[in-house]
Write a protein that binds this ligand. Structure first.
Ligand code: ADP
Length: 844
């Protein structure tokens, strides 16, 4: 042992000392001592220490302390301590030396650590000073900001008063705006600095409470919306309505965080860009994302953007670089964290998390499982959902989502067999049906549900991991009401259920303003506004109503499509269509048709009167027998809205006339001579078209003159009347024809006299005119009605009457402009199916 010590002794003695102590009675006597430190401590020769007790060597207090450490070593411990003596800071190490199990002496070494200690002390001091200075700076900033705010508020206030002064000239107004802009910029900066310095000095306190994210978000969006509008940026909030997204936060500070992030997401976005707000649950925290489609930045900047006053090089937009620093501090203060991911030129995703309330956590932890039981009785005004699914985790997820929706109750079944049984015994509104069940195939379950009287009307949504479009289509074609793909997306899941439950018959049509008025000048309600809920449908279905459709004619595309729309919607309402009649344009025939229909005792008649006067008494009889009448395009004379009939539905004929006029003007380059071929009958629908065409040309196109007007009584007259018109006005550049069939005649007449340059526009998308438009022939475009959608609207209105719900007097389906450019899409909308091959190939 001594050998090894003597090796270390070499280095120790250079910078410290080496010594030994032995114990005599109660005192420790030094028996050996050597090393440079000895003289540094003030002992000039070895005899100053060797042979002497600790108390003889050191002052009482130090001797006492050293005695204690030596005693501990004497008891067998290894000791280390630090001490100052005569301004020397040194570290001492004591070790016991054993002989036959007893400690016989204590050996020690000490190293001078004064230099290291000095540096350490300096560092601590520097840090303390820096902290003090920082506090002083923050305190100073806090005080200054406060002091600056007061006069600034005065400046802004008076500038705002000046702004209201109408006697200011334009230049003075500009100056005032400059003061206001500069002032509010400065105020924002001061406020943010004030907040940051308050946080740093620990003066900013947050008051944490449960906050409804939805409400705060809505408030923030309404504040930044004008800013977004200016840049044409859409804000898409993807939070479920009514879903309780609760977080623990300081309401005001959370608002400040969101406003700052939204402000940046708009400011650093591109013209016409998008800002998406969404949130997701991550463990016990809610993560809120603000995603933009803006300029973005590279990964090296991720942490830098949160540093106070840092702005990415080349940032053009005005700013101070303080906003994100403050946001970060505020989020921390509320117990959360903020991060960002971004891509240059693509956009950024700033996201932060906040804790969620405790009781909310338990709901989301899905502690309870839901069992189908008699206790799950239906509450009034509730929808009862049944989820047939064998996968436990999916069941768990869905039951937790449903728990947050007070108006839904969920039952569950693990097998097809169990599902069928529950569906038969409980009152179920909607079934979520997994298509891959362990016992019976999902499609088979569907067929059995539809085959059973008690379950055939239940709405069914297919659920599958299969997201292939053709499989989804196959499922929908089978009659499923909707389709959901796994993994389920909570937002999509809820919106599909709500969509399926609430707007079972929905009108997928353009949102255009309606320009027509009704036959008696009634204001129009758009067909888009009509809706029957699942509950409405169920009530109607229970009564097993009967309906008839009395048409003027059924052999054209328009009529066929009308009838299809009415029938499809009636089918969803469980209404049996007992007759569809075709009067072949003859009022006598139509009167007979109505008599025949009445003998079948229908509850509803949907009809287009051939002649509003001659057929009136027949309809009057039907009304007297209690039949609900919904009219298409015209009302028989003398019948009263609300008493004798439910409503009248037409296309927006006026709107279509306008479209037809605009197309004509476009094709003529804004100048020329045109003729008008109108319907010579007291029919408000065709009258409004012609009126709209003529008014639009007169009011908008001063260089286009209407030089000829001729009426037709029947579509057959189109060719004859056009021939005469072209003969008389050889310089005509265009002709408007009031609907498509006579327009075909007009085209034939023009071609006969070699007028291949004549521009024809019309109304109604028949196959022949569509083909002509696709081929870029004489017919250049038209305003189209949406007959299928019109049919659906008529059926919904019949439903309103059966439910004794107030129906509007006049409903119109929006107008649609059709030219070669959009003909295929337009066809789909008009007829609810793809355009025929012949049109598809003509367009190529
Ligand atoms: P300011 O916007 O006033 O400059 P911030 O602290 O809010 O200050 O942002 C700091 C910097 O981070 C901005 O200057 C900008 O360069 C960058 N930045 C912030 N948000 C976005 C964003 N959504 N997209 C792109 N860059 C951003």
């Amino acid at each position: 042992m001594f050998d090894s010590m003597s090796i270390s002794q070499v280095s120790i003695t250079n910078m410290g000392m080496f010594y030994k102590f032995t114990k005599k009675e109660n005192t420790f006597i030094c028996t050996y001592c050597n090393g440079e430190l000895l003289s540094r401590l003030g002992f000039t020769k070895q005899e100053d220490v060797i042979g002497r007790s600790l108390l003889d060597i050191f002052p009482a207090a130090i001797a006492d302390m050293k005695s204690k450490y030596c005693q501990q070593a004497w008891e067998g411990q290894f000791i280390q301590y630090e001490v100052t003596f005569n301004d020397i800071y040194y570290a001492a190490f004591l070790s016991p030396v054993f002989d036959g199990g007893n400690v016989v002496e204590v050996v020690g070494s000490s190293i001078n650590i004064s230099e290291r200690k000095k540096t350490e002390n300096e560092m601590v001091q520097a840090k303390e000073e820096a902290e003090k200075a920082n506090m002083a700076k923050s305190d100073f900033l806090s005080k200054m900001s406060h002091e600056l705010r007061t006069p600034l508020n005065g400046i802004l206030g008076f500038a705002q008063l000046l702004e209201l002064d109408e006697s200011l000239n334009e230049q003075q107004q500009d100056f005032v705006q400059e003061i206001l802009n500069g002032g509010s910029h400065l105020l924002k900066l001061i406020n943010e600095i004030l907040d940051i310095s308050r946080i740093e000095t620990g003066k900013l306190k947050v008051s944490i409470e449960e906050v409804h994210l939805q409400n705060v978000m809505d408030e923030c969006i309404s504040i930044v919306q004008p800013l977004a509008n200016k840049k044409n940026i859409s804000i898409d909030k993807q939070l479920q309505q009514g879903q309780n997204v609760l977080v623990l936060a300081d309401r005001m500070r959370l608002k400040q965080v969101l406003l700052n992030l939204l402000d940046n997401a708009i400011k650093y976005n591109r013209e016409g860009g998008k800002v998406t707000i969404c949130c997701r649950l991550d463990g016990d925290a809610q993560v809120i994302h603000i995603v933009d489609t803006g300029i973005g930045f590279s990964a090296e900047e991720y942490s830098k953007v949160f540093v106070p006053f840092y702005r990415i090089e080349g940032t053009k937009e005005a700013g101070t670089g303080i906003g994100l620093a403050l946001v970060k501090q505020l989020v921390h203060l509320m117990g959360g964290k903020i991060s960002v991911t971004s891509r240059k030129g693509k956009g950024s995703d700033f996201y932060f998390c906040l804790p969620i309330p405790n009781d909310f956590k338990t709901v989301l932890r899905l502690d309870e499982s839901i069992e189908p039981s008699a206790e799950n009785e239906r509450k009034t005004d509730n929808y009862c959902l049944l989820y047939i699914e064998d996968n436990e985790s999916n069941l768990h997820l869905v039951s937790s989502i449903i728990k947050s929706q007070p108006s839904y109750t969920l039952l569950s079944a693990r097998t097809g067999k169990e599902g069928l049984e529950i569906a038969r015994n409980e009152k179920i509104d909607l079934i979520l049906l997994d298509l891959n069940l362990p016992d019976i195939d999902g499609y088979e379950v569907f067929d059995r549900l539809k085959a059973n009287e008690q379950t055939k009307d239940i709405v069914i949504i297919g659920v599958s991991a299969n997201a292939m479009p053709q499989d989804i289509q196959h499922t929908l074609d089978k009659g499923f009401d909707n389709y959901l793909t796994k993994p389920l997306n909570v937002k999509e899941f809820l919106s599909i259920i709500s969509e399926t439950l609430n707007s079972t018959i929905n009108q997928n049509i353009p949102d255009h303003k309606i320009l027509s008025t009704g036959p008696y000048g009634e204001d129009a309600v758009s067909a888009k506004m009509l809706q029957l809920s699942l509950k409405d449908l169920k009530k109607i279905k229970e009564k097993k109503y009967k309906a008839a459709i009395a048409m003027h004619y059924t052999e054209n595309d328009w009529s066929r499509s009308q009838v299809e729309g009415v029938k499809a919607a009636f089918e969803k309402m469980g209404i049996e269509v007992v007759a569809v009649t075709d009067a072949q344009f003859s009022w006598e025939q139509q009167v007979t048709d109505i008599e025949t229909i009445l003998s079948k005792k229908p509850d509803i008649i949907v009809s287009i009167p051939v002649d509003p006067i001659a057929t009136a008494s027949a309809y009057q009889r039907a009304a007297g027998a209690g039949v609900k009448l919904v009219f298409i395009d015209n009302i028989p004379k003398g019948l009263q809205y609300g008493k004798d009939y439910v409503s009248v539905v037409s296309a927006d004929n006026y709107g279509n006339g306008i479209e037809s006029a605009h197309i004509m003007a476009e094709k003529l380059g804004g100048k020329g001579k045109v003729g008008v071929i109108y319907h010579n009958a007291d029919f408000f629908a065709t009258k409004q078209r012609t009126e709209a065409f003529e008014n639009t040309i007169r009011e908008n196109y001063p260089d286009i003159q209407i030089v000829a007007r001729e009426g037709i009584a029947s579509p057959k007259d189109g060719e004859k009347v056009t021939s005469a018109m072209l003969n008389k006005h050889q310089d005509l550049n265009g002709i408007f024809v009031v609907w498509d069939v006579p327009a075909e005649g007009a085209m034939a007449a023009a071609l006969t006299v070699g007028r291949n340059d004549l521009v024809i526009t019309t109304i109604d998308l028949g196959t022949n005119v569509a083909l002509e438009i696709a081929r870029d022939g004489l017919i250049k475009g038209l305003g189209a009605q949406l007959p299928y959608q019109q049919g659906v609207a008529e059926a919904i209105l019949a439903g309103y009457a059966l439910l004794e719900k107030q129906a509007p007097a006049y409903v119109a389906v929006p107008a649609l402009k059709v030219t070669k450019e959009n003909i295929l899409d337009a066809w789909k909308l008009v007829y609810n199916q793809e355009a025929p091959d012949i049109i598809q190939s003509a367009i190529k």
